[in-house]
Ligand binder design. Structure first.
Ligand code: 5AD
Ligand code: FES
Length: 354
């Protein structure tokens, strides 16, 4: 490894920030050795705050109906081969019920931008979930809504909101999305969510078409300055029925390296080892944890609908029961010396660490 790269990684681990051109330099310097070195610094930092605990979130994919047409996404509006479904509030509650008995204390309601889920419907659902499971956190991941909507959902009990920024470079954003979507609106949503009081998660795909070391450097600078509570990153995986069907998937090595770099930038961040990472390598999620991630998100969706929530090809866990996913991940984490814990899994601060 280049000694300049080694020095930059060391400096990042100490100061938790770097100039944007240094981030670009770090990304260009991705190699087996630099990734191993970044992980070697990231893992103790994560351990200092979270020990060997791995937080779980029960992911409930509530709808694959989406008004948007993101060029990378398998549930985009223009994909007419996608068989659409949506879960009723009753079905969502049943998933929570099952999840609670399996030891989940966070439920993530994720879906396309589906107008069926009005503020009124979601607020009632949130109140019911919070009344029935007062010791649980609820995360929403339902895309862009207006500020008033985010406020109502927060007041009804939502704790966290995941909205990946997808890329922090406006031109790159335009290449991944149709003209009807705007980078500015995306960023405004993230700002609104933070101001309202949500624990906010941003994130991006690694290896998305037209991504460069420069756009990734902007992503890292964005994480450094925006200070999200969470950050979801995973490799881009092509979906056969999208305009990006023929682009290559993102690299395992670069994803793991970025997980470590993000841990160095934000030591206390909640960082999932994503399903997409588990999709491109059979040990992807274990490798993610060993690079500095501290969250996993097993699937709690009804098995009858799972295959339909196909954001990308070959997605794992689409045939398993919820209980299977949960125990599979517990044993996978156990096998590498980590432990899935029964807890809401809120962000911890260095000062309140173990
Ligand atoms: N490959 C990997 N991740 C994808 N997502 C959407 N499509 C793909 C794909 N083809 C990610 C996006 C979105 C999240 C829910 O899933 O980053 O924000
Ligand atoms: Fe779903 Fe392993 S996590 S089967």
């Amino acid at each position: 490894m280049d000694s300049k790269i080694q020095e930059l990684i060391l400096q990042l681990g100490k100061t938790h920030h770097l100039p944007e051109d240094a981030y670009a330099c770090l990304i260009r310097g991705c190699s087996e050795e630099s990734a191993a070195y970044a992980a070697q610094l990231a893992v103790p930092l994560r351990r200092q705050i979270y020990g060997t605990d791995v937080y779980v979130r029960g992911l409930i994919e509530i709808s694959n109906i989406c008004r948007n047409d993101c060029l990378y996404c398998g549930i985009r509006r223009s994909n007419h081969s996608c068989v659409r479904y949506r879960l009723s509030p009753q079905e969502i509650l049943e998933c929570c019920e099952e999840g609670y008995s399996l030891g989940f204390r966070t439920f993530v309601l994720q879906g396309g931008e589906d107008g069926f889920y009005t503020d009124a419907l979601l607020c009632e659902l949130l109140r019911t979930i919070k009344a029935r499971f007062p010791d649980c956190a609820v995360t929403l991941s339902l895309g862009e809504r207006d500020r008033e909507s985010y406020e109502r959902l927060f007041d009804a009990g939502a704790d966290r909101y995941l909205l990946r920024h997808e890329t922090a470079d406006v031109y790159h954003y335009q290449k991944l999305h149709p003209p009807s979507m705007s980078f500015e609106h995306r960023m405004n949503c993230l700002q609104d969510l933070k101001e309202i009081g949500y624990q906010v998660g941003c994130g991006f795909m690694v290896g998305s078409p037209f991504q460069t070391p420069e756009t990734l450097a902007k992503d890292l600078k964005f994480i450094e300055t925006f200070r999200p509570a969470m950050c979801g990153i995973g490799p881009f995986v092509p979906h056969h029925a999208t305009p990006f069907a023929d682009y290559p998937q993102g690299s395992l090595e670069l994803t793991l390296y970025l997980l470590s770099l993000i841990r160095l930038i934000a030591p206390d961040i909640l960082l999932p080892a994503t399903t997409a990472l588990g999709t491109i390598h059979p040990m992807g999620r274990e490798k993610g944890i060993l690079a500095g991630a501290n969250v996993v998100m097993p699937n709690l969706s009804p098995v009858s609908q799972r295959k339909k929530y196909e954001l990308y090809d070959n997605k794992i866990c689409t045939g398993e029961e919820s209980a299977q996913c949960r125990s599979c991940l517990s044993s996978r984490m156990h096998s590498i010396g980590y432990e899935v814990v029964v807890s809401r899994g809120d962000q911890r601060k260095l000062s309140t660490s173990l």
